[in-house]
Design a protein around this ligand. Structure first.
Ligand code: MV4
Length: 509
């Protein structure tokens, strides 16, 4: 008996495709939702049923709670997986899903609310003995109070919005003269961005690492940690590359951080997959920053090192099953990397939306690709520019890095610009290769790398061209027998779609 017959995936892009893969593995029929420009998107073609929920703008489609719940009702889905982003950390939506008699494949709404308010989160975990960055646990009342507290904790300090997170509404202040203005600006920005002007103070942690711990809890009182991910390769609070284990964390530190993360999860009554973010100072002292109450983009590196399918565990836990492993059974093996492929220019970092003409993903030993696009895809401007995640596993870090360099050389994405050149440079950066880096790695210009176009890339391009010729020949026959869909119009230039043979549109957009 399958856990559920049908599950609706309330998302798009690579995460929707990735969740649907696990649904199929479990014998569950995946249902997609889509916005009008996404009608032919890969996640729609990966589903058995698909429902249009509105036009391009997210707040009129993927964020329309009632439309998403109606789509589940209409298709007979009995559970909703939210992916990440969109409605995944929306407690109101989680409650509505449950009130509609559907299973919410995510944490309890109360846990989302507690952790979504960064001040409430600080108070909650502090009461459970979790180390937080020294600072306030109440909103600062006025700039005078902020100056007094900043003097007490010592400069530099960070001013953060309680409703913020992930770097939004954050300000570093060097000395007393800057406090007043920073508090006022942070307040105004927070009120505008989040409708909540509460701000608080933290001591500035020098040379920080961003290390996060994967946790998992079931509804039977079990809670475990599943190692860490090093996420310090970031640019303007956008993660670029992640790895597990962290080259900076030893087994003793892993255990201590893990136990703290489990205490934080228990303190808010957590159930499901969650992530505790820590700041780790150059002196290796670690502090709880915030808890993300969703499956994260970078979860595959944890899956590769621990040999797990975290989406499968999410679904089992949501169905009421106990965790399928104990803490003692969770033993890391080898090393994994994830490179985020964004549709952006690697020099200017400007978005590069557009229409893909050719895509060829790497494969072979130790390579996993979670892609949200194929050669028949459009990358709209309206959504997250993440098009794919290239992941590699190796028996050690050096092998994982070599495999990633190969994977990047095998990757062909034509029609849009992606940031593969940035990854190439990070992977050859001496500090990265040595595993000796913190969040400052990308704040200084990367050393230029002599990167002659590799033979592998040219070979891959030629292979794609030949594949395309063969595919075009085969298209007419296959389309006639209904085994594939033909997109992009009839005749030359038509595109092959993988359809699972049964994608249907219920309500056209
Ligand atoms: C900090 C910090 C130093 N001290 N808080 C940025 C993202 C958000 N989650 C928290 N962030 C930071 N908070 C204190 N008290 C430095 C950062 C920070 C950072 C953190 C993780 C990864 C990259 C970063 C880049 C700049 C600043």
């Amino acid at each position: 008996m399958p856990l559920f017959d049908r599950v609706l995936v309330a998302n798009r892009g690579e995460i929707a495709v990735r969740v649907m893969r696990t649904l199929r593995d479990l014998g569950i029929s995946p249902v997609a939702i889509y916005s009008e420009p996404d009608r032919h998107a890969l996640h729609v073609r990966s589903a058995d049923l698909a429902v249009c929920v509105g036009p391009e703008a997210s707040r009129e489609s993927y964020l329309k709670m009632d439309a998403v719940i109606a789509a589940a009702r209409q298709t007979g889905a009995t559970a909703i997986h939210p992916g990440y982003g969109f409605l995944s950390e929306n407690a109101v939506f989680a409650r509505k899903v449950r009130e509609a008699g559907l299973v919410w494949i995510g944490p309890p709404p109360e846990a989302i609310t507690t952790m979504g308010d960064k001040l409430l989160a600080r108070r909650t975990v502090l009461a459970a003995g979790v180390p937080v960055v020294p600072g306030t646990v109440d909103p600062v009342r006025d700039p005078e109070e902020a100056v007094r507290i900043a003097r007490e904790i010592g400069f530099p300090v960070m001013i953060k919005a309680s409703a913020g997170g992930g770097g939004k509404g954050m300000r570093r202040v060097e000395d007393e003269s800057g406090v007043r203005a920073a508090v006022e600006t942070a307040r105004r920005e927070a009120a505008g961005a989040f409708g909540d002007d509460a701000v608080y103070l933290e001591k500035y942690v020098q040379g920080p690492h961003h290390v996060e711990i994967q946790v998992f809890a079931d509804a039977h009182g079990h809670c475990v940690f599943i190692g860490e991910r090093e996420c310090s390769v970031q640019r303007r609070h956008q993660k670029v590359l992640e790895e597990s284990p962290s080259p900076f964390v030893d087994p003793e530190m892993r255990r201590r951080m893990g136990e703290v993360a489990v205490a934080a999860a228990r303190a808010c009554g957590y159930v499901g997959a969650g992530t505790c973010e820590f700041l780790v100072g150059a002196n290796r002292e670690f502090y709880f920053l915030e808890m993300n109450t969703r499956l994260q983009v970078e979860h595959p590196v944890t899956e590769l090192v621990y040999g797990l399918d975290l989406v499968e565990v999410q679904i089992r836990v949501a169905a009421g099953e106990p965790l399928p492993f104990t803490q003692a059974e969770l033993v890391p093996r080898g090393h994994a990397l994830e490179c985020r492929l964004y549709a952006e220019d690697p020099e200017t970092f400007l978005p590069s939306p557009g229409t893909l003409s050719q895509v060829s993903w790497p494969s072979g030993p130790g390579v996993r690709v979670d892609a949200g696009v194929d050669g028949a895809s459009v990358v709209p401007v309206a959504y997250d520019p993440l098009v794919a995640k290239l992941c590699t596993w190796g028996s050690d870090r050096a092998q994982a890095i070599r495999r990633m360099r190969r994977a990047l050389a095998e990757t062909v994405v034509l029609g849009i610009t992606t940031n593969t050149a940035l990854h190439d440079r990070v992977l050859r950066h001496p500090d990265f290769v040595a595993g000796n880096y913190d969040t400052g790695l990308l704040s200084t210009p990367l050393p230029p790398v002599e990167a002659p176009r590799s033979g592998a890339t040219d070979a891959a391009l030629m292979a794609v061209a030949i594949e395309r010729l063969v595919a075009d020949e085969a298209r007419a026959q296959l389309a006639a027998t209904g085994q594939i869909g033909a997109g992009g119009g009839a005749g030359a230039g038509a595109t092959l779609w993988r359809t699972h043979g049964r994608a249907r549109v219920l309500r056209g957009g």
